[in-house]
Design a protein around this ligand. Structure first.
Ligand SMILES: Nc1ncnc2c1ncn2[C@@H]1O[C@H](COP(=O)(O)OP(=O)(O)OP(=O)(O)O)[C@@H](O)[C@H]1O
Ligand SMILES: [Mg+2]
Length: 498
């Protein structure tokens, strides 16, 4: 059987620095091919070359045995290759339906008909997305669903999924995996990029692993296990399990009450929710997408303006607060580290240093508006080291970083502001196994140093392992508090859905 796609000795260099080096990669109809590797290993770059987004520096791409070059992503799409991007490529100011049909005749049709057919199509995929919603009102997960729907709608023969499950809930993941199986059995070739190694092991037929832009290992999935993958990814074995079982001795006691929220409501997203957050511990917040967990904390951090029609109070150290802008919350020491790096996280055309410095300028610890270059460089050096941010050079713009390294910059930017209360929203989304451990250490250290830490996460092992107490959010309110000692994945899920 000839491969559907074959990449031969393909390379890509950015400003002379290789990102992908002489990689051979092939893809057969009806297979799920997992592409794995650390942050910055070259996964997105390799697949972007296949999808016509990035021009190879050298090497060949064959489609059905014929050499091809794609002038644009649309040319690749016409040839049947679609990519669902890690960083969403949707147009924010258009509706879901308009994005879905972008580039097809349908976009020109009467809107009403478009919405009805989009509704039916989304339903057939089990995606709960309103086709009339503007994309910029959707959260990261829903936006990704629209991207996936778009690729399926284009009847692509090859679909590249770049971290498709990072922001999906367990329920949505089950639907997504079922969809992958349907695509596979209809002969679609699938590239599956993920940092969730268990998922890759579970659903893929073959595995290819990159390290520093080079192919280091590939073969049938049945010949791999988690440890073998990690060893190939990082070039060494990582000591110890990432997630250990908690016992009473590792639990932090609550310090002073930092935040007290009573009966706040906003539209339909947040309904009469009440809870407190204490110094010196990690308050984990679990909830399904749409449960209002992100919205609740965006109100606390002044990102969403409060809707006072339904009342409620927020107190920071017993003082009532009411923020209209994030800057006011930052001035009070509340920092929200976003889950959505593309939209809210940073200015992508600025350098890593400028982004970090932007964080400092917004904080009350910086006086005077004069930006000293040396200060900026030192700060960048300090945080890129602390967070192990990998870029091709010091002046790399954030847009030039790999997805996981961008996430680290977002975290650095928040912490530079030296908060008293820090809210992490999905802090390890899209980061590799080694970096997850680094970020967890940072989160733990902040709580140990006495800060009040909130960690919103949809990843249950992370919630169970890091939290000192667990709040479960459902239908716009915190409905249950659990101790990590008594909590199990099942108990948390039960509280989140019933
Ligand atoms: N547009 C660009 N300009 C310059 N360098 C880039 C650009 N895009 C990617 N790079 C660099 O190429 C390397 C590979 O990046 P790539 O995005 O392919 O990694 P990845 O394996 O997808 O990582 P992640 O898991 O973090 O998404 C990185 O060092 C990255 O900084
Ligand atoms: Mg990537």
């Amino acid at each position: 059987m000839t491969p559907l796609v074959q990449m031969e000795k393909i390379s890509k260099a950015y400003r002379g620095v290789p990102a992908v080096r002489e990689v051979d990669f092939d893809l057969f109809p009806g297979e799920i091919h997992a592409l794995l590797g650390e942050n910055g290993a070259g996964k997105s770059t390799l697949t972007k070359m296949m999808a016509g987004v990035v021009d190879p520096s050298s090497g060949r791409i064959l489609l059905d045995g014929q050499e091809v070059t794609f002038a644009s992503p649309n040319a690749a799409l016409d040839a049947g290759i679609a990519m669902v991007f890690q960083e969403t490529s949707l147009i924010p100011s258009m509706t879901v339906a308009q994005n879905l049909y972008l580039g097809t005749e349908k976009a020109l049709n009467r809107l009403r008909g478009t919405y009805i057919s989009a509704q039916q199509f989304l339903q057939s995929l089990n995606f709960a997305v309103d086709p009339t919603a503007m994309v910029d009102t959707l959260g990261a997960a829903k936006r990704q669903m629209v991207e996936i729907a778009r690729a399926v709608h284009h009847r692509a023969r090859v679909i590249i999924f770049d971290e498709p499950t990072a922001s999906l809930t367990p329920e949505e993941k089950r639907h997504f995996f079922a969809l992958l199986q349907r695509l596979k059995s209809s002969g679609v070739a699938i590239v599956f990029i993920s940092h969730a190694l268990e998922e890759a092991l579970q659903i893929s037929d073959r595995i290819t692993i990159l390290r520093d832009g080079e192919l280091v290992s590939h073969g049938a999935t049945r010949d791999y296990d988690r440890d073998k993958i990690i060893a190939a990814m990082v070039g060494r074995t990582l000591s110890g399990a990432l997630y250990r079982k908690r016992d009473a001795s590792t639990l932090r006691r609550p310090g002073k009450k930092a935040l007290s929220v009573q009966d706040i409501s906003q539209g339909r997203a947040v309904r009469n929710t009440s809870f407190s957050v204490f110094e010196g511990q990690i308050t984990g917040v679990f909830g399904l997408i749409g449960s209002g967990r992100t919205e609740t904390f965006k109100i606390v951090a002044g990102i969403t303006k409060r809707d006072f029609l339904m009342g409620g109070t927020i107190e920071l150290y017993d003082r009532p607060v009411r923020y209209y802008t994030p800057a006011e919350a930052v001035a009070d020491g509340i920092v929200y580290v976003t889950e959505d790096r593309k939209i809210e996280g940073f200015f992508e055309t600025m350098s890593v240093a400028e982004n970090l410095f932007g964080g400092l300028l917004a904080s009350p610890h910086h006086h005077g508006a004069v930006v000293r270059m040396s200060e900026m460089r030192d700060l960048a050096a300090e945080w890129t080291k602390k967070l192990n941010v990998k870029a091709i050079n010091d002046n790399a713009r954030v847009v030039e970083l790999s997805g996981g390294n961008q996430q680290k910059v977002v975290i650095g930017k928040g912490l530079v502001q030296r908060p008293r209360l820090v809210i992490f929203d999905e802090p390890t989304r899209g980061v590799d196994v080694a970096a997850i451990a680094e970020i967890h250490k940072i989160v733990n250290d902040l709580a140990d140093s006495g800060l009040a830490v909130v960690m919103i996460s949809s990843y249950l092992p992370e919630v169970l392992n890091l939290s000192d107490r667990i709040l479960v959010c459902r239908q716009g309110r915190i409905v249950e508090e659990l101790s990590p000692l008594e909590a199990t994945e099942e108990k948390i899920m039960y509280a989140a859905v019933h």
